[in-house]
Each structure stands twice: as structure tokens, then as C-alpha cells.
Design a protein around this ligand. Sequence first.
Ligand SMILES: [Ca+2]
Length: 434
Amino acid sequence: MKSQVVLLGGFIIAVAGCGSPQPGLAPTHSNAVDSLEATAVPGQLLVGYRSGNVTKLARRARILGHNPTLEIVLVAPNPGDNLEKLKADLASDPSVSFVEENLLFRLPRPTAAIRQFSGGSSRNKPLIGLGGNDPLLEQQWHHPKINTMQAWRVTKGQGVTVAVVDSGVDLGHPDLRSNLLNGTNTLENNNDPRDDNGHGTHVAGIVASIFSNGIGGVGVAPEVKILPIRALGDAGGSAQSVSTAIQWATDHGTAVINLSLGTTKRSKAIASAIRYALAKGVVVVAAMGNSGDQGNPKQYPASEPGVIAVGALDPQDKVTPWSDYGDWAAVAAPGYGIWSTFPTYEVSLTRFAKEHPDALPPEDKIQLNYAALSGTSQAAPIVSGIAALLRAANPQMSPQQVRDKLMKTAKDLGPVGFDPHYGAGMADAVLALQ
Ligand SMILES: [Ca+2]
């Protein structure tokens, strides 16, 4: 997440904007680097509002979008009115539960200011014993670390859905296609979650790339179904698109929601959507953020209560220097040079990699079809995959029980016991299932 991510999205009506730079997806750690200060979509407010009163609200502001389930309305001032005045006016209305700016999220974009990773070597450990014929498997060093293969003796995730709230997914990718459900697009307000960035396709593959199909690598839970939701685009997204995506996923049968995104300012709309998901039994996993070496500003939604916040480890089981830390860290997982699916067509990140071959850190490789990326964005979906295996084996487990189980069975790393960098330690698929 240090990178930036972000979003805005659409409610039922319209919208999607993005504007300036800032918060965003938590992708590849190498991308981050602009200001970490959260910004908002200019001229918009998100209003927590009791549903019956929207008509009344429509007389005071322009309604750009309305999420009746979350009781949140996106508004702009009427022509000639002032945003600050509208905000103050709404804040004093007893039927308004909150008024906030519509936080902007941006996807990470590689920049020339990429830092070299100072950790150990990135030699991947060969994967032994999985029995698959997927050629990238032996580069996927994270599988033996989290004991994916032993966990598969119990389940590969069949019957469980994982929502990837991100930049969308390459819907035609041969290593994902048959695991994709019909998703949605809360950014542009349509039902087409095609990925124009690459981040979401990478995250989806970490969870659910197809096992033993002779191509690529394999996901942690290769028999789950992915619900692809585009809430952030190449140009960004917002608190509105992300909160709506979380609500939509919850109402479409997902068991786990992966949020490899974040911002340094809290959004009550996103917090409300997460509470809604948790209350309906949906497990919410979020990236801790990639700004641990840039002042470690508190990141949201990773630090929202009930969320399983995930930090990133290198191949030596050391937390990466850029992984964010804090008491809300639940577990850590591999997040360095992680191979996964990437769009089969050109996106901005593939273009960038072609034009600036020296700008990426050596462990990151961006090409058509597959890429190796680093970030807490990559660590989070590993844990989402384990959570999905857990839910496949124990459908009745509550989000809190899943979080507790992952923490209790994690391999302790760093200082003995819980600590803010590693959380409870490295998540372990086979121990979690015992
Ligand atoms: Ca495969």
C-alpha cells in the first residue's frame, strides 16, 4: 500500500471520479512513493443518511449516487453553493450520521523514485510435493512457506467465493477464467470488471490461479471462485466505489473480501461497509500498507476493527522494511517477488515496465500473462486464500473465529509473541486447518 491505491466508485447512480494523487492500492511496494497524504475527490461529500430522507436531501444538494443498503449518499453542492457550507449544514442535521469528503484512492504507479530492496537474496525455493504441472510453481516460493500443499489434503477451497475488490481482473486469462464469477464495476457503474491496471489480476491469481493446467503458477486456494470487482481504475477510485464494492460483494455470496488497498485517512463510509460485511459473516482481509519506512502513517482499512491486516515477509522470513506496522497487524505472509497472473493484454504497468526497464526493483518482473510483484498487496491475498480454505473446511466459522485461528496457528517470528511488525507471525495453511 505504500503505493497508492485508490478508489472512488459508484453508487447506484453515477460518478466516479478521481482526481488528484494519493491514497491507493497497495500494490507493488516499488510503486509508491508520491505523497502519502490522503486527498479527496474535489467537490463531493459522502453522507451517512437515513434512507427515508433522501428526497429531503435532494433539495439541498445534487445527489450523485445513493447506496440504500449502507444508507450512504454521494452529493455535490447545488450550482452556486459552497462545499464547506453544505458540509456544515449537513453535519448539523440530526438525520445525518456522518459527512466526509469522498477520499480518493489511486493505484500504485511505478515511479523513478523506486528504492532498491535491501533485504536478502530473492532465490526462490523450489516447491516440492505438490504434484502439479504448472511451470511457475517452483518460482512461487510462498507455497512451501505457508504449507499450501499439505492443506490441500483437506480442501482446495471448493464451494467458497473470494471477492477481489481492486482494479478488476483480466476476465479472459487462461489461468483464471474458469474460476471467475460475474463481478461488477463500482467505479464506472456497470457490470464490467475488466482490469486496466494489472494489480487486480495479480491479486486474483495469488488466491485462485488454476492448479495443474500446464500453465503459470497456482493459487493458494485454486478451487475457490473469484468475484472480480473493479473499484479502482488506472486513474484511481474513491471511498464511494470501495464501500459500494464491499457491500455488493457481501450481498453476492462472498465468504472473504480481499482489500489490497489503503489510504492514510479513515473513511466512515468504508468503515460502515466493513461493519456490514463482518456482521453478515464475511471475512475481511486487508494489506497493512507499504509505507513502513516512510513514517508508517496509520493505514485504513487495515486498522479497522475485525479486519485481518497482513504484513509482508521476504524469503528469509523477515518483515520487509516497507511493510507498515501497528498493533492492528494480525499476521504476516510472503510479499516479496510473488509470481502470479498478469493481464494478457497491455496495461499501464506493462507499458511502464517496457519503457523503464531499470525502474523496477530486481525482484519485480512485469510482463504479459505473469508478473512478480512485491508489496503487502501480494501478502494479503495469500492470507485471503488461507482464510478461504478455512471457510471451505468450516463454513460456520465467524470472521472473528477465522482471524483468531489464523493468529493462533501462525508461526511466531521476530520478537517472541505478538509484535506490531509480524503480528502473530507467518500465517500457515496447514496448521490453520487443523
Ligand atoms: Ca496454473
